[in-house]
Design a protein. Structure first.
Length: 442
């Protein structure tokens, strides 16, 4: 086990990476009028979300801080009403693969096709195998329990024959020996490294820890969210080595802070075309309904993404106005600005062959839903169109319908993964379900 808490924070001189504005392409869908919603029309709430609608937010669209008052408007959860079902685009079918789970969270596909699901509040990871004639799993098993709010799941090495399953506990990274087809861990957990924080149940702020490996297998990236909404790390020691992506060796040796100023990178993924690390990120609250956008972005090595002093480029957070002016010009603006307070969680890149060809290389992300907004938004899965491994700022509503017309919520997407047959599986901790989305072409 390697300890890293004495390592210094390194401030990089990484330059801002700017993508040129690209035209509508790559089979991208627009809204029913044939346009991409931009400007103030791009802001939304649950009542305006509909499969196929495309939006593009830019920094120029953002209001001033406190244009509206920050509110606490958490979802009123209700059982799934009779007839309520997730909605998606024509040609796709949505089935309920499994239900009755206690808040299923991140989901990942093993090389052999098994689905590994983190039951974070049950401190266990479960496995779901196959699809029977009724659309249900053929086998269900608990792979490991007695964990510590597990979230991230990764198989190592990549390829068809992994030897380990890595689990991101809230306070550590552990791994279990693994061979294809294991439904239960065949050996004890091996702790590789301690992580900062102690989880929400221990007053530790953002508690999810995701794990991915670089394409060459030499780097392990672990995301650690902030302890707070906007506490200054200069004066709050609880923020040390948080709001970061940390780099380790696969054996758990700390290498460096890979990128920083990322308030809560809940979901990590490696872009299959560019090999870059990407993050699905929750930004800060209480600056108003439409500030600050959550985002999905590539993560630049050594890059600074603003938290807590700045947001969306060199915009100072008024609560920390004037702090660290030397960092103002180093803030990287994210690739895709999402709705503020969306609560963007797990993301994945689509590498399957079942969906139409234009989906190849695109990203999907689960939007858990807002609480800090007068009229809630989120509670959906979005698609981020990509071209040659780069996003161009737009996203599309893909799977909606988890809210009632009067604004109550029965489902909250958390995780999303691509099955070996090219279909999509989505975890929903509101209804305790796993949803299966396949393309039928009809």
């Amino acid at each position: 086990m390697d300890s890293f808490f004495c390592a210094p924070r390194v401030v990089s001189l990484a330059a801002v990476l700017c993508l040129a504005s690209l035209p509508l392409l790559h089979g991208q869908k627009a809204d029913q009028t044939g346009t991409v919603l931009t400007g103030q029309a791009a802001f939304t709430d649950y009542s305006q979300e509909s499969p196929g609608v495309v939006r593009k937010l830019t920094v120029a669209d953002l209001p001033a801080p406190y244009a509206t008052k920050g509110v606490d408007n958490g979802a009123q959860m209700v059982p799934r009403p009779d007839g309520a079902w997730p909605k998606t685009l024509p040609g796709f079918k949505v089935e309920q693969y499994y239900t009755g789970l206690d808040q299923p969270r991140l989901i990942r596909t093993a090389p052999n096709g098994d689905l590994f699901v983190a039951l974070s509040y049950q401190n266990k990871v479960m496995v779901f195998r196959g699809v029977d004639a009724n659309g249900k799993p053929k086998e269900v098993s608990t792979f490991a329990d007695n964990l510590s709010q597990p979230f991230g799941i990764a198989f190592y090495p990549s390829g068809p024959d992994p030897k380990w399953v890595y689990i991101g506990n809230t306070d550590s990274v552990v791994r279990f020996p693994y061979k294809n087809g294991d439904l239960k861990a065949t050996g004890p957990a091996e702790k590789l490294v301690d992580l900062p924080g102690g989880g929400r149940l221990r007053g530790g702020g953002h508690w999810t820890r995701d794990i991915v490996f670089s394409q060459d297998g030499k780097r392990m990236f672990v995301s650690v969210g902030s302890h707070s909404n906007v506490d200054d790390p200069d004066t709050h020691t609880a923020e040390f080595h948080r709001a970061d992506v940390l780099e380790f060796t696969p054996e758990g040796k700390f290498i460096k802070i890979y990128a920083y100023g990322i308030r809560n990178c809940v979901g990590e993924a490696i872009n299959p075309i560019t090999g870059q690390l990407w993050c699905s990120t929750n930004e800060r609250d209480m600056l108003g309904d439409n500030l600050v956008p959550d985002y999905i972005t590539h993560i630049q090595e050594g890059g600074f993404y603003g938290w807590p002093w700045f947001y969306m480029g060199g915009n100072w957070d008024p609560r920390l106005q004037g702090k660290h002016p030397e960092l103002k010009d180093k803030v990287i603006t994210p690739d895709v600005l999402l709705q503020p307070h969306f609560a963007s969680l797990e993301m994945t890149f689509y590498e399957g062959d079942q969906f139409p060809a234009e989906y190849k290389g695109d990203a999907f992300a689960a939007e858990h839903g807002s609480w800090n907004k007068a009229k809630r938004a989120g509670y959906e899965v979005i698609r981020v169109p990509m071209h040659d491994g780069q996003a161009f700022g737009e996203y599309e509503d893909f799977l909606t319908g988890f809210t009632t017309p009067d604004g109550k919520v029965w489902g909250r997407p958390v995780g999303v993964t691509v099955a070996n047959d090219g279909s999509l599986f989505v975890t929903d901790d509101g209804s305790g379900s796993i949803w299966h989305i396949s393309y039928t072409g009809r």
